[in-house]
Design a protein around this ligand. Sequence first.
Ligand SMILES: [Zn+2]
Length: 417
Amino acid sequence: MSTSLLVVATLLGAAIFPGILAVFGQNRGTETNDLALVGGTIYVSPAEEPIRDGALLIQGGKIAAVGPRSMVQIPQNVPVLDCAGLTITAGFWNSHVHFTERKWANAAGIPASELSRQLQDMLTRFGFTSVFDRSSIWNNTRTLRDRINAGEVSGPRIRSTGEGLVPKGALPPEIVVNMMGWMNVPVPEITDAAQAAAVSKKLLDAGVDGIKLFRSSPRSTPLPDSVLQAAVNESHRMGKPVFLHPDSGEDILAAVRSGVDVIAHTTPNAGLWDETILSAMKEKGVALIPTLTIWKYYARHDRISAQEKVTSNEIAQMKAWLATGGTVLFGNDLGAVDYDPTEEYTLMAEAGMSFRQILASLTTSPAQRFGESKRLGRVAPGLLADLVVLKGDPSNNIRALTSVKYTLREGKIIYHE
Ligand SMILES: [Zn+2]
């Protein structure tokens, strides 16, 4: 135990809980998930001024109190985590990930410790406590989620669309899928509205949290609006969101016309977005997931001038979308790109997003969009204690968003440096 921790605990008059080390041990915290985070700067939400030298009390996995250190009573026997010099925010959401790499295959058979390590490697070490997965094998992803939720495996909250719907013939050849390191997902190929409705209903009945649509591909004719609408209707009937992977402005317009809720990418390879596209998106209140890194990554073998064009186009699309005041959800296509999200943050900043706007895309915006704002997305009494503790201050340097010291889910430390 560090001297400063002892000092803090003594100052607060809190008995040093004999099991403070158990916070980092196998049972990760007390049975009731009680813990106090003391010292440091707390960003309670992107819209409010941070609390300097704050304290945060977690009881029963929920935030019981938060405020300046002098105002928060820490009961005896609650273990104290010294957060002096650190920054605390709500847990991050990553709204675009894929549990499709081969490492997740047969999720029922992977030892718990290995699964926890894989989830740490991809997600929890970067502060992601909630993720929205897409286009994976639903039965497999559900197994992964069940094992996490049962407490057997350490990991984030998982939402998933399960298998995405694609136009006939859209799938890349097996050799490409293998080279990408992905499982062969039995993706439903759609030809008409009745089939789109039936496949969506089957997925929703099986418990998915939303529907993922592809409209076009280089190998197939685009799906007509009626087909997209049939899938949207099924999903909305169940109160679930619909995501669309666009490759062009035409795809975005079709998505918006059909009632899609979230546009899952920018489209820098198809030129800039004109006023028609931007106003249609804004009018329907869709949310945009930028995924700026992946387009740079896909262009990495091209000439430098072509790479620069991709980056300048996606930045221009983001700037134009931000100028409309539209909603942005953080998502960096994890599973298809390198796990470290630092470049995604720096590109978002380059597009003009402030730290607070990026924090909103990681916390309040997804919580609101996915109907979780009463439980998640802010640091406030009564909400679940999903938290990230950072070593730096991202309001000074956006790269500090990846300098994660602790990640907590419902008051349990699921990652520590
Ligand atoms: Zn993706």
